[in-house]
Design a protein around this ligand. Structure first.
Ligand SMILES: *Cc1c(COP(=O)(O)O)cnc(C)c1O
Length: 305
């Protein structure tokens, strides 16, 4: 239950991704399903902090230790989230962030990886710099022109202009998170009275970063299914969306790996029911109210018909 690139990166290394299903209440990677998917050839586990809620990293870390695996967090939704007071970015061996314009922070394009492992950090700095072990700053400091290329790398550097934009964005993160949390709280309160429109569960030990506010539509109770609710809300100018098409259902994965329906039944069933409501820091209280009223009216009208 993620954007396709979470799995694409595995293919880029020459490895093969195996998909594990998610927990039905949170849509976060289910550690028991991960345990079932591990084989002697498994090298790493990637979890996604879906919608801005940290995965059960404690259980995943335990599995990773037992099997000697590297743990990678796709934390693109979750800058500023915490688990038991520990920030996202420090919960896995490597944590990846995207600064695409739709995310919490943007550098227009680009991203960031955090780690507390100095060897991995060194390797990533070399990799992003054509496989060269020093950059112009370290050469300047040492007063030398010499440099060594030790492996095949790329130019994956974020430009200084983008870094400057990112730093100015970072100053707003606390306020923006606070606003996202306040909007999420309003949605929770309003939706508790609306049958068939159920927000995802929140794990008690986490502080959520609310990249997405995802509800599940129970067509029996709501009297309307996700697809028609989506159409009706869009027709009223409400920018609802669906996150995501489960990766293993994309044509590329079906063709390349033979994946398809039935592989991850929990994700597949959720996919038919989920709807992301508008959520962004500049949203006013009356914007939130407008979304809630549109939902209420659409569901109630469907109930009357
Ligand atoms: C945005 C996003 C990505 C991809 O980020 P890019 O900056 O486009 O590489 C990967 N995973 C998740 C969960 C995302 O939301």
């Amino acid at each position: 239950m993620t954007f396709a690139s979470t799995a694409n990166v595995v293919l880029f290394t020459g490895a093969t991704p195996r998909f594990a299903d998610v927990d039905p209440h949170t849509l976060l990677l289910d550690p028991e399903e991960v345990s079932r998917a591990i084989t002697p050839r498994t090298r790493a586990v990637i979890g996604v902090d879906y919608a801005g809620q940290p995965c059960d990293w404690d259980s995943l870390q335990k599995l990773a230790r037992e099997h000697g695996l590297v743990l990678i967090a796709d934390a693109c939704h979750a800058p500023g989230a915490t688990c038991r007071g520990r920030p996202v970015g420090s919960l896995a061996d490597l944590s990846t962030f995207s600064f695409h314009p739709v995310k919490h922070l943007t550098t227009a394009e680009g991203g960031m990886i955090t780690t507390d492992d100095p060897a991995l950090a060194r390797k990533m700095r070399t990799f992003r710099n054509h496989g060269i072990t020093s950059d112009h700053r370290s050469r300047q400091e040492k007063g030398t022109w010499e440099y060594e290329m030790v492996e095949l790398g790329f130019n994956y550097r974020l430009s200084d202009l983008q870094a400057a934009l990112g730093l100015s964005q970072l100053e707003h993160l606390t306020n923006w998170l606070e606003r996202r949390r306040a909007i999420a709280a309003r949605y929770h309160e309003a939706l508790s009275a609306l049958p068939g429109v159920e927000p995802l569960s929140i794990r008690p030990e986490v502080e959520h970063a609310w990249h997405l506010f995802v509800v599940r539509i129970d067509p029996e109770q709501a009297g309307v299914d996700r697809d028609s609710l989506f159409d009706r809300l869009r027709a009223r100018g409400i920018g609802v969306n669906v996150h995501y098409i489960p990766v293993h259902l994309h044509p590329y994965y079906r063709e390349r790996l033979g994946t398809g329906a039935g592989l991850c039944p929990v994700a597949e069933q959720a996919y038919r029911q989920i709807l992301s409501l508008p959520l962004f820091p500049a949203m006013s209280d009356s914007d939130v109210q407008e979304v809630v009223e549109a939902l209420q009216e659409t569901v109630q009208m469907a109930g009357v018909q």
